[in-house]
Ligand binder design. Structure first.
Ligand SMILES: [Zn+2]
Length: 157
């Protein structure tokens, strides 16, 4: 899957959901993921937990493969958005040029440009987090579609 960070975020998120569904048949049959045990990472993932809690179409918890696949896709999504942000031009360089290493520098020695870059990255993280929570709380029929896609190879419903 290739996510394009220049597209509207909601479009990129829909691409993630489509990929979740398209990979369902294969993922649900992978040995590690088809077991009942939920790995730690999935168990503590608050986006996945939120999506599962808001799923009105089942009384059961999501199987591990559903959680793990979506979790991986959401990590990829966040990385793509972050990389796009730090590549943005800022004060003659990029946001990343000022941001990287800023944590190793005492606040008192950070210049204005570094402080602003840290703020930009931090604000971005907050906005992405709120947006992801909102999207995960309103998945609608997507989890149901993913469950159905896992039953039939090459399902395109
Ligand atoms: Zn997992």
């Amino acid at each position: 899957m290739k996510l394009d960070p220049t597209l509207p975020w909601d479009t990129v998120f829909d691409r993630v959901l489509q990929s979740w569904k398209d990979s369902a048949y294969g993922q649900s049959r992978r040995p590690f993921l088809s077991e009942d045990v939920i790995c730690e990472a999935c168990f503590w993932d608050r986006y996945v937990s939120l999506g599962m809690a808001c799923d009105e179409y089942t009384d059961h918890e999501w199987p591990h493969w559903m959680r793990h696949t979506l979790r991986d896709l959401l990590i990829e999504l966040r990385c793509v958005l972050f990389d796009h942000l730090v590549d943005r031009s800022y004060a003659g360089e990029t946001v990343g040029d000022y941001y990287r290493g800023s944590g190793l520098m005492p606040k008192s020695r950070q210049g204005e440009a570094v402080r602003r870059a840290v703020e930009i990255v931090s604000d971005h993280g907050i906005v992405v987090d709120l947006w992801l929570k909102q999207r995960m709380a309103t998945l609608g029929r997507w989890p149901e579609r993913v469950r159905r896609a896992a039953l039939h190879e090459k399902s395109r419903s």
